[in-house]
Design a protein around this ligand. Sequence first.
Ligand SMILES: Cc1ncc(COP(=O)(O)O)c(C=O)c1O
Length: 389
Amino acid sequence: MTPTPPSGERPLESWRDEFPILRHTTYLNSCSLGALSRRSLGYVGEFHALWNAMGAAAWYEEWWGRLDALRSGVATFWNAEPGEIALSSSVSAAIGSVASGIDYGRRNRVVVAEMDFPTLAYQWMGRSEVEVVRVPSDDGIGVTTERWLEAIDDRTAVVATSHVFFSTGFVQDLPPIAEAAHRAGALFIVDGYQAAGQLDVDARALGADVYASGPLKWMLGGPGLAYLWVRRERIEELAPAAPSWFGVEDQFGFDIEKLHLRDDARRFEPGTPALSTVHSALGGLEILLEAGMPRVAERIRTLTDDLLERLAGAGLEARYASDPARRSGIVTVEVPAGRDAKVLADRLRKRSVVVDARDRFIRISPHFYNTVEENEVLVDELGRVFESG
Ligand SMILES: Cc1ncc(COP(=O)(O)O)c(C=O)c1O
């Protein structure tokens, strides 16, 4: 993978040409699915061409290198060592693999937030030996550090939560939660699916032991893969209960008698990864590395502030954190009483405005490739569909 280094020279707006959907659609739903880039299309085209031309020979001559390129690109992206990164098939599978390697004998509690994406809690709800504790939200937007501190104690085996809450965009202040988890002797697992690609993430600096995300959303690489970071010092104390041949020292030794897990994070890899996604993911990752995450994050913040101002100006009430430090590029607006958010999102789509519907809310998520003009279109159209019968 050879992304050119971040350039302060290239204006971020110039990346818009990379994303064909932006020519005909006001696309403000990157927290569900990031836009497809020409770069990703090119890589996927190359993958198909090699498959067609070489068949299985492409594995060893080309594709194996692509897997390494993606792992090391993710390591660069998260300021991590390559040996701390594993590819997985989904965030659920990645976290489930780590969860399977924890001993719940002495401590049996797993503390999550009631606002987390449910798949996080499900990893432990299927284990009868584990008690899942849900930390409440006082305002329906975020969870305070005090609430976390109340819930974590010496019965806690794991604290697992989101970096950014999927339904409100609330950015959690992770270091104090990490500190409380570690003081209690618990492992700290972070679901970063709604953070990586919109915030500049350094999982180690945040205090996480495990951080999972993937290319689908803000990282612009499509569905079919996940990225897992495991802190070097914790890797060898965690052995997945159901390892795969990708997770052993001598993958091509085909020894069915012995199980020697790798000493790096790849011990959690679940088997052959989705190769087409590996290629589209490389495109998205390169673009973010080249654009530079600090600039991307700043641009998303500017667009979000602009969106909030426009919504307020139009009399549309948005739900977001009152503390600016806790806000991110996910903004939700409650639909008028008696209206169905999915129906309204569908109407917007027919007007070439793509947003998401969650519960009673329209969820809007600008990425760095969006513009304030698109915010304006969205707010106008939103006002119209809210008013129409
Ligand atoms: C915060 C968060 N975590 C996890 C998931 C689910 O991830 P996966 O389907 O890869 O398991 C989502 C999906 O939308 C999400 O928003």
